[in-house]
Design a protein around this ligand. Structure first.
Ligand code: 5AD
Ligand code: SF4
Length: 492
């Protein structure tokens, strides 16, 4: 019976077709107001837990949700069994990401039966897909609440509804919202912080679900971004990562001024925070001004993540990446020239529909030509509703796996070779904490985001130190502390 029920009366369902539309209406900047006093007590004495899947954007959204829940009086727990509210912040980028979430949801059923008052919420990118919401309605009736990526600021109201309603509360907006400022945040790290600079993506690469789940490109106003970074610097943060699905499109949506990502980086450069990163860039919008600004160095680190996806111009065309192999290599050339010792990393998809052996070889040859320090590599995964999902996915899985293996082998060989070149060099390391495996060993990162392990006192955690690399490996650089006295002074 329940499957035939008409849910439309009490939920706003997602609609991928609607999400594809790009309207002309201007983006409004709205302020998140204080949570109403009656809601500030809702969670007192209760605990919450957020399980985050996927990218840094999701990690940061979870920090916002944590901030909101704490304003409602909830306290965080890492023990599933202790939680009164569990939110699954989901990722839709590939099928295996979705499988993990459904697996997690299945496991939570027993807990929900044991604890009927537990509120179980699903949010993030998967909530934006109608097929997912239908599957939850059909097979995961123990879920209490579903909301999407555009209405996180509505969490207090949605949670309150879920607490008092016997039905599943569903609110997913298929049309993106505005830019909401002043959202509370509970940052998970005291050293490194994420800062959103824009939301959404208008690129519509044919394989990608993100433009549908995250909506159209909307940039935060520069004064808001710069103020947030200044505040973080004042609080003692050592590093910020500017976040956007396509940071190079920053400012394209401003109607009142010409101010783009290069301008923003030039202004961020003047703020006294030691390290500034950004992710993720699209080669197409990476303009010369930005290259020039990155060349100025200072707090702008010499690491650029520049997803290429494929080394074949034909495949890039089918992917609708809007650049070809030559243009990508031209940009790489400019970056290598402008930014001394630049470290380039990338994302690559193997087994895109129709990818031939020759086209894959072109990817391998590009990897060798660029000499990436590392890369995220993926087997193509069809996403329902995207143009590529309608293309004939004719590369057998065995071939895809074999290509992935060959690609990773080539990348690892380059990583090791590049790390080997650092042997004997002294690098600046931001000390993050003890290494996972050995509490005697400290772990940190170079400006180029390479992991460094060395022995030293715990007092160094949170500081910039100089480490001499003695044993470079593919993933880790092992070294020794150089001059504690000098390196313990903060680097401006
Ligand atoms: N299949 C495989 N990989 C994908 N990515 C995005 N969509 C897909 C897909 N359908 C990869 C791209 C992107 C990274 C975040 O995920 O390489 O840059
Ligand atoms: Fe997806 Fe392409 Fe947008 Fe990146 S630029 S989020 S790969 S559509």
């Amino acid at each position: 019976m329940s499957q035939e029920k008409d849910y439309s009366r009490y939920f706003t369902a997602p609609d991928l077709k609607q999400a594809k539309k790009r309207g002309k209406e201007s983006i409004q900047v709205l302020q998140f107001n204080e949570i109403p006093p009656e809601m500030q007590q809702v969670g007192v004495g209760q605990k919450y837990m957020i399980q985050t899947y996927g990218c840094q954007m999701n990690e940061h959204d979870s920090e916002t949700m944590a901030g909101i829940l704490e304003q409602m009086g909830y306290e965080e727990t890492t023990e599933t069994s202790e939680a009164d509210v569990i939110l699954l912040n989901t990722c839709a980028i590939r099928e295996n990401a979705e499988d993990k979430v459904f697996g997690g949801l299945g496991r939570l059923k027993a807990l929900k039966l044991e604890k009927p008052n537990l509120v179980l919420g699903v949010c993030g990118c998967m909530s934006q897909e109608e097929s997912v919401v239908n599957r939850i309605l059909k097979s995961y009736q123990h879920v209490d609440m579903i909301f999407g990526t555009h209405n996180i600021h509505r969490l207090p109201h949605l949670l309150q509804n879920a607490l008092y309603s016997k039905e599943m509360v569903i609110e997913v907006w298929s049309k993106e919202g505005d830019v909401i400022e002043n959202l509370p945040k509970k940052r998970s790290d005291g050293l490194r912080a994420w800062v959103n600079i824009m939301y959404g993506c208008d690129k519509f690469c044919t394989y990608c679900i993100v433009p549908y789940t995250r909506g159209k490109e909307r940039s935060r106003r520069p004064e808001d971004v710069l103020q947030e970074i200044r505040d973080l610097a004042r609080l003692g943060y050592k590093e910020v990562t500017l976040l956007g699905q396509n940071v190079n499109a920053y400012g394209k949506d401003f109607e009142d001024m010409e101010y783009r990502f290069g301008d923003l980086m030039d202004d961020v450069r003047k703020i006294g925070i030691p390290r500034v990163r950004f992710t993720t860039s699209h080669p197409r919008d990476f303009d010369d001004h930005l290259v020039e600004v990155l060349g100025k160095g200072g707090n702008l680190v010499e690491h650029i993540h520049l997803p290429v996806q494929s080394g074949s111009s034909e495949v890039l065309k089918l992917m609708a990446r809007k650049y070809d192999r030559e243009r990508y290599l031209e940009l790489v050339g400019k970056l290598k020239k402008a930014v001394p010792n630049v470290v380039l990393t990338t994302d690559i998809i193997v087994g895109f529909p129709g990818e031939t052996d020759e086209q894959f070889e072109e990817t391998l040859s590009l990897v060798k030509e660029v000499e990436y320090d590392s890369a995220f590599t993926f087997i193509y995964s069809p996403r329902e509703g995207t143009p590529a999902a309608k293309m004939q996915d004719d590369v057998p899985m065995e071939v895809k796996k074999e290509r992935l293996q060959r690609l990773n082998d080539a990348l690892n060989e380059i990583s090791l070779r590049k790390n080997e070149a650092l042997r004997g060099q002294v690098v600046e390391v931001l000390v993050e904490g003890e290494s996972k495996k050995n509490a005697e060993v400290l772990s940190g990162r170079t400006r180029t985001n390479k992991l460094v392990h060395f022995r030293g006192s715990k007092d160094l955690i949170g500081k910039m130190v100089q480490v001499k690399i003695e044993a470079p490996q593919t993933w880790i650089l092992k070294g020794v502390l150089v001059d504690e006295e000098q390196s313990a002074t903060p680097v401006a």
